[in-house]
Design a protein around this ligand. Structure first.
Ligand code: SF4
Length: 168
């Protein structure tokens, strides 16, 4: 895949913190196992939570859930099934905030974990922006490889939709 024309997405930022091989598989259009119950639960929580408030917005090639609060403030929310992947979720949200900032739009981020009845505000910091710049370059390098990085056993493999690609 052409490193120069390829656009990093929030989903790839999320996977970057979980597994580099997953980044490659996802970016190359390999669909994760649709029978994986963990994927179904995640989708269901995303689709059914905060249905009335949220609006999915597509912007500069990325999709994000946007909510406007009572004070008219724009909130970009990431709805996740648990806080287990908090670092991934935080950086995915930071990625969306960066995209909006580049377009001159001010927004705040909010991580939402409906099954834990918890919300957390995320503010974009210069450290996050620096890290995102670095990892976007790394994601592009991973995606430009002709073959995916070798599988490495990690704590996420057991619930991964790609485990059949790695451990048959
Ligand atoms: S099964 Fe493990 S090694 Fe394979 S893509 Fe998933 S997390 Fe990565």
């Amino acid at each position: 895949m052409d490193n120069l024309t390829f656009n990093v997405t929030g989903t790839l930022v999320w996977y970057y913190y979980i597994c580099k091989r997953e980044v490659w598989l996802m970016a190359h259009g390999l669909e994760p196992d649709s029978d994986n119950p963990f994927i179904d639960i995640g989708k269901l929580i995303h689709e059914t939570s905060y249905k009335r408030e949220k609006k999915e917005v597509q912007f500069d090639g990325v999709k994000m859930d946007v909510i406007t609060d009572d004070n008219g403030k724009t909130i970009v929310a990431e709805i996740k099934k648990s806080s287990r992947f908090k670092q991934s979720a935080t950086m995915q949200l930071a990625f969306y905030l960066t995209k909006l900032k580049e377009a001159g739009l001010e927004a705040v981020g909010e991580l939402r974990f409906p099954s834990e009845k918890r919300k957390e505000k995320i503010e974009l910091t210069p450290e996050m922006e620096g890290e995102l710049e670095k990892i976007c370059g790394e994601i592009k390098s991973i995606v430009s490889l002709n073959v995916p990085p070798k599988p490495e056993k990690c704590k996420y493999c057991s619930s991964c939709g790609y485990r059949d690609f790695c451990w048959v």
